[in-house]
Design a binder for this molecule. Sequence first.
Ligand code: FEO
Length: 171
Amino acid sequence: MINNNIESVLNKQIQKEEFSSRLYLSMAMWCEVNGFPGASSFLYRHAEEERLHQLKIIHYVNDRGGKALLLDQEEPASEFSSLQDLFEQILVHEEYITGHINQIYGLAVEEKDYTTGNFLQWFISEQLEEEKLVKNILDKIKLVGNDKTGMFHIDKELATIATAKPESPVA
Ligand code: FEO
């Protein structure tokens, strides 16, 4: 049985994963109307993946005898100054998520809830992969700068890049 503290932080994480999904959906929509079809397709897929992260935690909380909740959501950003600005915001957001996953892991260890610690291992690996992927994309975007042909190729490549996935999430 999950304790109240762990249940509460996991419910806040469900909220954050849902927010991530909405943020990437909003970014995908911006890309779609600003001439970046490849980035848009990448971000639509990323939004789906965040929803799977959300579901993974929902099932875990419920399976451990807790009660998963859907907490309120803020409206995600919908305007970006450039593709670089957008990916910089993704990196900041993922670093923020990593920080929270680490905090929950720390709490699980403190509370001797090793089952939750074990559950979080998947998320720790996922965060590492996601940050690495976003940094890699950002490096490429910075490298081409204002070169329109370079940007066209990056966007094309983004259409085929798989989103980070250490293993299939069990949704
Ligand atoms: Fe659910 Fe982008 O981590």
